[in-house]
Design a protein around this ligand. Sequence first.
Ligand code: HEC
Ligand code: HEC
Length: 287
Amino acid sequence: MANIERDEVSGTDTTGHEWDGIKELNTPMPRWWLWTFYVTIAWAIGYMILYPSWPTLNTYWKGTLGYSSRVELNTALQDRDKARAPWTKKFAALPITEIAKDRQLLEYAMAGGKVIFADNCAPCHGSQGSGAPTYPVLADDDWLWGGNLEEIETTVRYGIRSNHDEARDSEMPAFGDDYLSVSQISDVSEYVMSFTNTSKDADAAKRGSEVFVEECVACHGETGQGGRDFGAPKLSDNVWFYGSTREDIIKQVSKPRHGVMPAWQARLDDVSIKQVSIYVHSLGGGE
Ligand code: HEC
Ligand code: HEC
């Protein structure tokens, strides 16, 4: 290049390019930088050959090492299962009541159950089973279907009004569908309120008591004590599922909610179901 000349100020050669009298100094990248750059390129090419990288038309380049993160995950899961095998075998073999008697197994159940509950159950039942509107509290001793270990396990496994064949099932009739008159519904709701001393209309409550005997006792019991065969809540305590006001009660009697709890049989494995049932049982209200 003819135009290369030495710049007097910096003592560096120019490249020979010139734009309107402005000349470009020839200052190449430092050698170490350049080599690092080449090494990274070589590394990338090597990596792409060894590991899964480029997409092809229908699939992708799988890499000569045969590595797959899915295989790695499966191996990790197998290792985990192997480490847990002594526990899971015992869990699978023993009925839940026996598991709860063994201190070590109980600890294992509680640790796992807590996590399983937080992941799967807390969205409906609240953290640590504290309940939410229309979802029952699991941490008290007010049970709809039963609060011993086996009953809880059955509820969790098959659900309530779920699609499972063995689900706990019952249906409070919709008394508002031409079944009872508006005034009968109002009266019987007044009577329900009298169980918790919140009724202010003794005459209506008295009229309602007759309706209650006819229509409600079979499930809710003579004194509103509830009935577990039907998962019918106790009406004589101050624990309300669907609300305690007159309007709430009238609404439930007219058109009951029929709460649904999913069956976990197909979503959680046997060990997890036992673990979470033991955890629920421990929340404070276990029988
Ligand atoms: C989609 C919401 C939902 C999820 C998720 C859910 N539940 Fe429930 N659960 C309910 C409802 C609603 C009821 C009450 C149904 C009824 O009887 O009216 C219930 C009832 C129960 C009962 C019976 C309580 C009693 O008083 O007899 C138990 C035990 C229970 N759930 C445990 C669990 C566990 C353990 C999990 C997690 C594995 C779970 N639930 C996840 C909605 C849910
Ligand atoms: C076939 C059984 C059955 C009959 C009959 C029945 N119930 Fe129920 N009742 C239930 C069940 C089960 C629930 C809770 C489940 C649901 O509806 O989600 C319930 C819930 C209720 C609740 C809500 C309780 C709460 O904690 O919020 C009230 C109130 C109630 N019933 C009142 C009545 C009255 C009043 C009658 C009679 C007119 C009646 N029930 C008849 C089964 C029954």
